[in-house]
Design a protein. Sequence first.
Lengths: 266, 255
Amino acid sequence: MSIFSRFRKKEKDSTPTMDKEVAIEVTDLVMEFKITKDKIDTLKEYVIRTLKRNKKEKQKIRILDGITFKVHKGERMGVLGFNGAGKSTLLRIISGIYEPTEGSVKINGKVAPLLAISAGFDKNYTGKNNIFLNGAYLSMEENYLKEKYDEIVEFSELGEFINYPVKNYSKGMQSKLGFSVATAIKPDILILDEVLGVGDIKFKRKSSAKIKSMMKDGVTVLLVSHSIGQIKKICDRCIWIEDGKIVMEGEAKEVCEAYVKSSKKK
Amino acid sequence: MFDTVAEKKFLLKQLVKKDLTAKYKDSVLGILWSFFNPLLIMLVFTAIFSMLFGRSIENYPVYFLSGRLIYDFYNSATKGAMRSIKRNASLLKKIYVPKYMFSVSAVCYEFVNFLISFVILFGVMLITGAKFHMTSIYAIIPIFLLVILIFGVGLILAVCNTYFSDVGYLYNVFTLILMYASALFYPIEIVPGTVQKIFSLNPIYSAITCFREAVVYGVVPNFNTLAYLAAFAFTVFFVGILLFNIYDKKLALEI
């Protein structure tokens, strides 16, 4: 998002026209990706092609096509869909990574995207430094992180290893640390892409417990998952996306059943 | 996300710290490395050219070093900013972080290196018995304008480099030309008058001239040169911000 439009957006968010009870409001969301068979990625080629007038037509692919839904405060919304339906794109737009081609997303509150929990790690950095770096990426403030530091280390179960570079960590240790940092925020909205439960069985139990306790505090949840069981257990409402459109929206149980039925047909 | 200034400041601090530790942590000589490069180049240039230009330049090592430090800062900071978006592509695809933060942090990181390298200039001035002038304080003005210019150029290059991967090579050639047109190692008087006029349009040369006037010659920098540098720097700065704003949203799809 651009430097100026962020300010503008903030103003918009605080206007009283927005329903206070709504946490996420997605209206008529359209996302198009432009793809070409041979992408021009050098200036030389660009100039030559322009002179020769043989620029390949760009093909547009619609990943999302008019998605509209609302998530109210404290509600837990599940997102279902087969591979390539546009679920990840939707989450990326909601967390601000992509700008939608059309439509709008309004968000009311602090978002904690648990999408790529160990994406921001610097492998040569110690675990301790990475807590601060990752916290900064997740837009936490310095004093807040310092306050939470002991809690994060304790939760990550890394002990002495926190002073070692992350490149020496196992995959499990990395995701434990990533999870501990990402959940250190007190978010209003939690965005999950099947990260419930990372690490070994012990930590899995602990991390699910942590997410559950966050949910108890009235956090709004948006969960993308292929596990029907998980969605049935956690969510109260659910949307089912196929080919960038919402096929069904309603009670989690009903949508899950319909989804399972359709998967058997194919 | 990143609505308050404190959050952005903390991120900037962390990013600069990350780069600095990466540079200095595991090397035995640590911070001394950043002294070696300009010092060695200065020795080489002094050995070669001080015989040639020694008569017209009073203190050749200081003359050369004062220009070289400014040029090095411009060169590495703009190139750092240019690569900043692509370097962090995998991260930018996964979590939301304002993209310009990476460009800004690249410039800040090089600025810290630039400040560290002043130690060498100070040392060389001591050894060669150069005079220290009160007017050195005026050097802040051309340095500030240079930073503004670097931000502008850096933002423009960051956008271009994301779209076209060969912009980096072109820019390498450009900076080489810029170096020769900055009178780093020769007195400007040796080039013909018309060429001098063309060189005086080079903002890096303007910055170097003002810096030398304040630090080496002990005079207040020429107002016209400063004004030209300021106009150039701020124009590029605003063009950079404007361009970055237009393409900011599209960059995530290109990386």
